[in-house]
Design a binder for this molecule. Structure first.
Ligand SMILES: [Fe+2]
Length: 379
């Protein structure tokens, strides 16, 4: 093809006359091959590191760095370790030939070089390089495809989680964009606590699922406009256990799916351990626990409450207080901060509170950017 680049071949030999003879032998190939020469191995190594060559032809005995040392050096470098290398040896040097092959030489060529032999060996080495390049390009395209598919799967996983959280919220009162804001607040607080990225990412998605268990609470209680009786409150508090169960039980349909896959000897699609779901279960179960042990459902206290649930507890209460709800007006920020401050070490973990204060500007930006009024005013 007219635009195809010339194949690049590098010869290294300290015998100038040999290089002159090679130039003469290969003069008819110059339209498709670019031949370069080096008289020292170090010079050849520098050229190989700098430019893309397709084949190296090297002598063994050279001053300073030998052909074997050059070969060893190439095989250490990821970019050059597969480069086809033809080693020039004497006809009777069987031990050197063996050593060259052990060190990764692609082919051997005896000196004095027969012109037809040289051209045939070079063509063979260039074919090897072509196959290698094709395999590498194919592998790169496979890797790109896997990355694309993984990104698409991750995007759909996130979207399904968000939609599940929104579905749970529809069941509740008209709380607008509450779960979205809670996810964002949780992310900011977790970042301020210097939690690792996987934690920050997980709480951003798992935080909004904290009240998913409310879908299991009867309307007459969930939507009751009056004060709940003790019995009704007990049922209402059951939303923590219901949420944890929804998120921890393997749904019956999936069990059947897994049995089907196993019976068909296919890889099981669902692993037993899912760190994201484990976090979501902990949050659903414990987001109403209080630092002083007076919360529900298990009356856990202090660090017995999972950190993620302690973060959600503060984010959830802040948003509930600062937002307008059907049964209450929105409190101003000063009042909200006073209420929360009064509950530090009671309801809230003091360390989480400090992180919350440290990222208050981010939290305000989310509160204003994702306010329910903003959402409602969208065309
Ligand atoms: Fe809740």
């Amino acid at each position: 093809m007219a635009n195809e680049r010339k194949k690049r071949i590098l010869f290294v030999d300290d015998e100038k006359m040999f290089l002159v003879s090679v130039e003469r032998i290969l003069r008819h190939q110059m339209n498709v091959w670019q031949i370069d020469y080096a008289e020292r191995a170090a010079e050849a190594l520098a050229a190989l590191e700098e430019s893309d060559y397709d084949v190296l032809v090297t002598d063994i005995n050279m001053p300073a760095m030998t052909g074997f040392e050059l070969l060893e050096e190439l095989r250490k470098q990821p970019r050059l370790q597969d480069l086809p290398v033809i080693v020039l040896t004497g006809n009777s040097q069987d031990d050197l030939k063996r050593r060259a092959l052990e060190l990764g030489a692609t082919d051997l060529l005896s000196k004095p070089v027969h012109p037809e032999d040289l051209i045939a060996r070079l063509r063979s080495a260039l074919r090897t390089k072509d196959y290698q390049d094709q395999i590498k390009a194919y592998n790169r395209s496979l890797e790109d495809m896997v990355k694309e598919r993984t990104a698409a799967l991750e995007a759909s996983r996130r979207e399904i989680i968000w939609r599940l959280a929104k579905a749970g919220e529809y069941r509740d009162e008209d709380t607008g964009n509450h779960v979205v804001r809670v996810g964002c607040y949780c992310r900011s607080i977790a970042e301020k606590l210097n939690m690792p990225d996987h934690f920050v990412d997980a709480i951003f998605l798992a935080g909004p699922l904290h009240d998913i268990g409310k879908i299991g609470i009867p309307d007459r209680i969930l939507l009751k406009p009056a004060r709940l009786t003790d019995e009704e409150r007990n049922i209402m508090e059951g939303h923590c256990a219901i949420g944890a169960k929804i998120l921890s039980d393997i749904p019956l349909g999936l069990q059947h799916y897994n049995i089907w896959r196993e019976s068909n000897q296919k890889a099981c699609a669902f692993s037993d351990k899912n760190e994201f779901l484990e976090m979501a279960v902990g949050i659903a179960q414990a987001h109403h626990e209080k630092w002083d042990g007076s919360g529900y459902p298990q009356k856990l206290g202090g660090e017995d409450i999972p950190l993620e649930a302690r973060i959600v507890a503060l984010a959830d209460v802040y948003d509930a207080l600062i937002s307008k709800r059907p049964y209450k007006k929105a409190f101003d920020e000063k009042t909200v901060m006073e209420i929360i401050r009064a509950e530090v070490s009671g309801h809230f973990d003091p360390t989480v509170y400090e992180a919350f204060l440290a990222c208050l500007d981010d939290i305000r930006a989310v509160r204003d950017g994702l306010s329910d009024e903003e959402i409602r005013n969208c065309p």
